[in-house]
Design a protein around this ligand. Structure first.
Ligand SMILES: Nc1ncnc2c1ncn2[C@@H]1O[C@H](COP(=O)(O)OP(=O)(O)OP(=O)(O)O)[C@@H](O)[C@H]1O
Ligand SMILES: [Mg+2]
Length: 247
């Protein structure tokens, strides 16, 4: 499989606090990599370094061999290629669902507005939200907002999608509808790096699992190895803390 994203020797600190400590991670085209680890271990920071939201102290991130952090060219060009969805949706409150989705493609990618609207409607239809296209974010449930945030990211045709705890703010009954969308994207062969605390979802969607602790990758492997036969004590303890059972 062809490598699409490469993180090499990445070190990120805030003043004296080393948050990511010489991290290496490679992601192939069409691969779904799921990152888990205790709170504060550096998961969100890693995703933010990948799309150059953060400056890094050492190492580099490349997409198709082209360096994106430290960034040489235009930051916007990097961010067009890498979509990111957050726990907090980040929809524009004063824009409708359709406007939220078409804004960046029209402004940044210079897509014709009618074409962008057509694509947005098709994506909304796929996630069961076409009837909400003229609603404002505050008129949607959390799960609906998050599904809009996901399809909004797809409007830019990103090469890699980064998802950071996208169900963490949702009521339990809405988690499923959002995770189902992500599972569909995985089946379509989208390249994704996903941070989540939902271990059964992780297992269902991951091609490869990565465990970070204390800013380092402590263990990685296939979902089966990772959950059934963890090698390190730290991962065993982490899985136990979720009372994760492989049954
Ligand atoms: N802007 C910042 N300035 C200083 N320290 C920061 C900043 N952002 C994050 N940190 C610190 O970096 C460490 C890693 O944070 P990060 O948000 O990446 O953790 P995380 O693994 O995503 O945790 P969680 O599971 O709780 O979301 C934490 O110790 C955090 O306090
Ligand atoms: Mg986080």
């Amino acid at each position: 499989m062809a490598e699409i994203l490469n993180i090499k020797n990445l070190t990120k600190s805030y003043d004296d606090l080393v948050v990511l400590d010489h991290v290496d991670l490679s992601v192939n085209k069409g691969e779904v990599v799921v990152i888990v680890g205790p709170s504060g271990c550096g998961k969100s920071t890693l995703l933010r370094c990948v799309n150059a939201f953060e400056q890094i102290q050492e190492g580099e991130v490349t997409l198709h061999g082209e360096r994106i952090n430290p960034c040489r060219g235009k930051l916007n060009t990097v961010r067009e290629k890498i979509g990111m969805v957050f726990q907090s949706y980040e929809l524009f409150p004063h824009k409708t669902v359709l406007q939220n989705m078409t804004l960046a493609p029209v402004k940044v990618k210079k897509i014709n507005k009618k074409d962008a609207e057509k694509e947005a409607e098709a994506l909304l239809d796929r996630v069961g939200l076409l009837s909400k296209k003229n609603n404002y974010p505050h008129q949607l449930s959390g799960g609906q907002k998050q599904r809009v945030a996901i399809v909004r990211a797809l409007m830019m045709h990103p090469e890699v999608l980064l998802l950071d705890e996208i169900t963490a703010a949702l009521d339990p009954e809405m988690v499923r509808e959002v995770l189902d969308v992500v599972i569909q994207l995985a089946k379509e062969g989208r390249t994704m790096v996903i941070v989540t605390h939902e271990l059964s979802f992780a297992r269902a969607v991951a091609d490869r699992m990565v465990f970070i602790d204390g800013g380092k990758i402590v263990e990685e492997g296939s979902p089966e190895e990772f959950f059934e036969r963890p090698k390190t004590e730290r991962l065993k303890k982490f899985l136990d803390s979720f009372s994760y059972s492989a049954k």
